[in-house]
Design a protein around this ligand. Structure first.
Ligand SMILES: [Zn+2]
Ligand SMILES: [Zn+2]
Length: 173
């Protein structure tokens, strides 16, 4: 997605824009996220002194894998976009993004904006029950009769401690 800003000559000049493109996927923290809806990017570019200030919104929808049950997990993206651009060679401000000639290329900045707002873990649904660690049954779909209390001895120690704490608290009341 590229915007020709040659028309923005005087301070305060601005131009609205709107892009809609189909992208395939993005990779982030070892996960692959597929775009299942086009990337919709709209906003306004404004000349502010030596800078072109771009503010807008990025909307799309991504599909990846639920980290608990490996089913499909969807991420709705509807996030604000703000960047400052300059095509001057003497730009020293790290926050300002350089562009060549009169054309700003947004793709990398859009991806960077999207990943900024991605959740730490992707879930098929808020209350996903995950897979049974013993038999692998998807516990959202059916149940199994595995004795889960016996899986990990460290966990059962923790459980005893918690029970202990519970009883202690009750005694104090
Ligand atoms: Zn899940
Ligand atoms: Zn099981």
């Amino acid at each position: 997605m590229r915007l020709d800003v040659s028309k923005l000559k005087t301070n305060g000049d601005s131009e609205e824009f709107e892009f809609c493109e189909s992208w395939e996927k993005l990779e982030f923290r070892g996960d692959i996220l597929f775009f299942v809806e086009p990337v919709y990017f709209y906003g306004v570019a404004t000349k502010k002194g030596n800078l072109i200030e771009v503010s807008g919104n990025v909307k799309t929808k991504l599909k990846t894998i639920c980290y608990r049950c490996t089913d499909d997990a969807y991420v709705e993206v509807d996030v604000p976009f703000y960047e400052e651009y300059s095509n001057r060679e003497d730009t020293t401000d790290d926050e300002v993004i350089r562009f060549e000639d009169d054309v700003i290329e947004f793709d990398d900045n859009i991806v960077a904006t999207i990943v900024l707002y991605l959740p730490m873990k992707y879930l098929c649904r808020e209350d996903c029950k995950g897979l049974c660690p013993v038999c692998g049954t998807n516990l959202n779909v059916s149940s199994c009769s595995c004795e889960k209390d016996d899986i990990d001895p460290r966990l059962s120690i923790l459980k005893t401690l918690i029970n202990q704490l519970d009883t202690d608290e009750k005694k104090e009341v």
